[in-house]
Design a protein around this ligand. Structure first.
Ligand code: ME8
Length: 482
């Protein structure tokens, strides 16, 4: 069997520009994709991201901007894609849900499920929040009768003919699936939540909108549009429908935020079961973070742009700072102050300083040549530890381990006072230099995944066959103490 890895991020709504919450999810997926490439090779990894465009939010935002929907979408999709390019995301493809390849796949799946009898026509009478693009029950609303997440938007009262997906029929198959595949949804706490939700009883869900102004028309009834979530989830399948990509499907793994777990872990697997398509290999739902203890929101003015952080500190700082702030899978907090401190101590003062000191000392005392005949350090177990942390998707753990390794190397340097030793015992110093060099090699290897823009600079400083190369500027861009 061919080994492969297909990783996806959610496709983001285009009515907003990317903020560091979206970047967190995309950077986490990027890290796992880079790790998969390290283990399986570039050709066996496929990383998909993109934009969710067939939404009422699009119509409203284009009207507000005073441009046509097409112009608005083109501009916004380009902004999302260029943000990912700017911050160094290694996606293999960027999918837009207005593309023909996606529309065709949605039509195909919708028709398949309809033909099977699991989509039927009915009437939907109830509430709808455009902010969430979700049908609501009155028990989902706050005391003022508004959506908890979008209290500034009016709840719509719908009374329209809709097509329904027979989700209720999948209660048992879903529970059996979770029983047989206990690790399919991680972390475990999220899985327990989903299982209780399924056990509380599943109702059929509306999967079309009669009054939607924009979206994908139903193949059997073009006056109706496919409900945006039913359409959006299918992107993961649309993205690999070419002969050279098809084999990736069985290794599909979705990284999502916890806010969209029910869509991905109840509706999506049921849709796939109904369409007769094998389920993806798994889903990981990460937590949400606040900014200085407060929810990130435009009205509070605390939204942070990933591009601003990247311009000030560099891309590696952005990814390391975000991914090491709190456990992947838990909620957390991010503060600009802690980030600046992290940059100063762990990156500039830790990694950058270690590479500089060690290579400068080797240049000064050994004419730049490390003696590779010395025994050195066996750091293979350290590398295995790093691999095992990433296999378990412990992203913060992997960064913590990286910085602990930097500390261990710095400690070896300081304890041995090799710059003094070199003047009195060249042989003893030579052995220490080899050990320190081994640490740099290990750090540069782990950096391919964790600090990918610095990794080539580290390799350039390490040089070839023990002959160290020229100094490189690392973690110097955002320093306030320059
Ligand atoms: O939900 N902390 O798109 P979206 C961590 N289009 N992650 C955050 C975050 C925060 N404060 N804020 C946002 C949609 N996110 C749908 C998805 S997929 C078929 C369709 C991240 O633009 C988190 O990963 O609202 C969340 O799931 C995603 O942004 C939602 O992005």
């Amino acid at each position: 069997m061919k080994v492969a890895s297909y990783l996806t991020t959610p496709i983001y709504y285009v009515n907003d520009v990317p903020h560091i919450g979206h970047s967190y999810c995309t950077l986490a997926t990027d890290t796992l994709a880079r790790f998969a490439r390290m283990q399986l090779g570039n050709n066996e990894v496929f990383f998909l991201t993109g934009t969710d465009e067939n939404s009422q939010k699009t119509v409203d935002a284009a009207a507000k901007a005073g441009v046509s929907i097409e112009v608005y979408l083109k501009d916004m999709a380009a902004r999302w894609q260029s943000t990912w390019d700017t911050i160094g995301i290694s996606y293999n493809d960027f999918i837009r849900t207005t593309e023909a390849r996606h529309v065709d796949t949605v039509h195909e799946l919708f028709q398949k499920i309809y033909d099977k009898g699991d989509i039927y026509k009915g009437t939907y009478k109830g509430l709808y929040c455009t902010g969430c693009e979700t049908f609501k029950k009155s028990s989902d609303l706050n005391e003022a009768g508004r959506c908890i997440d979008h209290p500034n938007q009016d709840i719509k009262h719908l009374d329209e003919t809709n097509y329904f997906f027979r989700l209720s029929a999948y209660e048992k198959p879903l529970l059996e699936w979770y029983e047989k595949n206990p690790d399919w949804l991680q972390p475990r706490s999220k899985k327990n939540e989903i299982i209780s939700f399924i056990k509380s009883g599943l109702e059929d869900v509306s999967v079309s909108r009669e009054t939607a102004e924009f979206g994908i028309s139903l193949p059997m009834d073009p006056a109706h549009k496919v409900y945006v979530w039913f359409d959006a989830l299918i992107n993961y399948y649309s993205g690999i429908r070419t002969p050279e990509r098809e084999h990736f499907w069985e290794s599909a793994f979705h990284i999502i935020g916890k806010d969209i777990t029910r869509f991905h872990c109840v509706i999506w697997p049921a849709m796939l079961m109904a369409a007769g398509i094998p389920l993806p290999k798994g889903v990981f739902a990460h937590g949400f973070f606040t900014i200085d203890g407060t929810k990130m929101s435009k009205s509070l003015g605390n939204v942070i742009s990933p591009v601003d952080l990247s311009v000030q500190y560099g891309n590696d700082a952005l990814r390391a700072g975000l991914l090491s702030s709190f456990e992947f899978g838990s909620d957390g907090d991010f503060s600009a102050e802690n980030f600046a401190e992290f940059y100063r101590t762990k990156l500039a003062g830790g990694v950058g300083n270690l590479f500089n000191r060690v290579t400068v000392l080797i240049t000064k005392f050994c004419d730049g040549q490390v003696d590779l005949n010395n025994a050195g350090l066996d750091l293979k177990p350290e590398f295995e530890k790093f691999e095992s942390l990433l296999e378990q998707k412990q992203l913060k753990g992997a960064y913590d381990f990286y910085f602990a390794t930097v500390d261990a190397a710095n400690q070896r340097l300081n304890e041995t006072e090799v710059w003094k030793l070199a003047k009195i015992d060249a042989d003893a110093a030579s052995k220490i230099f080899t050990e320190l060099f081994d640490y740099l090699v290990l750090l540069s290897e782990m950096a391919v995944v964790l600090l990918p823009e610095s990794a080539p600079k580290m390799r350039a400083m390490i040089g070839l066959e023990g002959k160290v190369g020229a100094a490189q500027i690392m973690f110097d861009s955002g320093r306030t103490d320059k």
